[in-house]
Each structure stands twice: as structure tokens, then as C-alpha cells.
Design a protein around this ligand. Structure first.
Ligand SMILES: [Zn+2]
Length: 164
């Protein structure tokens, strides 16, 4: 089976699985391929843009990834405490609060896609998705593969409200 990025007459983009390109063409001609959004059967393959040359776009895309908790790294949280005269703990606390606020702001601008992060980040990168940015969970291997394709994926710290 091959996955094709498809596009309906109304401009919706979605994916479809077919045995071959001919299989898709045949089904589309007979009106058997309908848009996942509106049911339109005027469906054609969407152009796949190569990764090369889309670097500028990749940088405009804010793809965010939360490291999947519990996988291979069972790290304890490092904590710091110092004598009251030392200001650096206070400074780190301020920066940490600012970072958390940045993470919240980025999440607001992005769509949560959960464990489908790697797939969705590729769709955004290659112009196959309407989304401007996505965040979700990915393994280290998936993040490494994305970086090798030139897709930006930034690990994000967990927020206190994530525990709920
Ligand atoms: Zn449609």
C-alpha cells in the first residue's frame, strides 16, 4: 500500500492509501475516492514538495515536541537549593517561569497532535497540512529522523498543569 497526499476540488487536503498509482487513478475516475472533509469526489493527488529548498518555510513552522515521558530516560528531576544570600536560584526560578510562559504561548498557536507528532510535523513541513504548527509526543529516534529531513522539532519542558 502507498499513501498519497490528496486534495479535493474544494481544496481540502487529506491522505489515502492505495495499492498503486494506477489503483488510485482508477478509483478516482470512477468517483470512488471522496474527500474526507466534504465528500467531494473531484480528488487529485496533491503535489509533494521536496525537502530541498523549503528551509525558509521550515523555519517559519513552529513544530514543537514533548519528549515522550518514561521512555528510556527515567531521569530524576534535578533541583537546586542555596543559601539565601545567593541570588542564582532566584534567577533560575524567574527564567523557568518565563520559559513556561513561552511554552504556553507557543502551544496556543499550535495544534496538539499527540503521538502522531512526527507524521503531522512532516505534513506541515511539506505543505500538506493547513496547520501552522503542531506539538505532541515523539521518541528521540523520531526527532532525529525529522532533523535529518531538515524539519525543526524542539523539545519542550513539561508544564505543571500537564500532571492533571
Ligand atoms: Zn473537500
Amino acid at each position: 500500500m502507498i499513501r498519497f497526499a490528496l486534495r479535493c476540488g474544494a481544496g481540502h487536503r487529506f491522505d489515502g492509501w492505495f495499492r498503486s498509482s494506477e489503483d488510485f487513478e482508477g478509483q478516482a475516475r470512477r468517483g470512488l475516492v471522496a474527500c474526507a472533509v466534504c465528500g467531494n469526489t473531484a480528488v487529485e493527488k496533491a503535489l509533494m514538495r521536496p525537502a530541498i529548498g523549503s528551509k525558509a518555510k521550515a523555519e517559519a513552522v513552529s513544530a514543537i515536541v514533548n519528549e515522550a515521558p518514561g521512555r528510556e530516560l527515567e531521569q530524576k528531576t534535578r533541583v537546586a537549593a542555596e543559601a539565601p544570600s545567593d541570588r542564582s536560584v532566584e534567577r533560575v526560578k524567574e527564567l523557568w517561569t518565563a520559559l513556561q510562559n513561552e511554552v504556553r504561548a507557543m502551544r496556543k498557536k499550535s495544534d496538539y497532535v499527540g503521538p502522531r507528532f512526527a507524521e503531522e510535523a512532516r505534513r506541515v513541513h511539506y505543505g500538506e497540512s493547513e496547520k501552522k504548527g503542531v506539538y505532541g509526543e515523539a521518541s528521540r529516534e523520531e526527532v532525529k529522523a525529522l532533523h535529518e529531513e531538515g524539519i525543526m522539532a524542539v523539545p519542550m519542558p513539561a508544564l505543571p498543569e500537564d500532571q492533571n
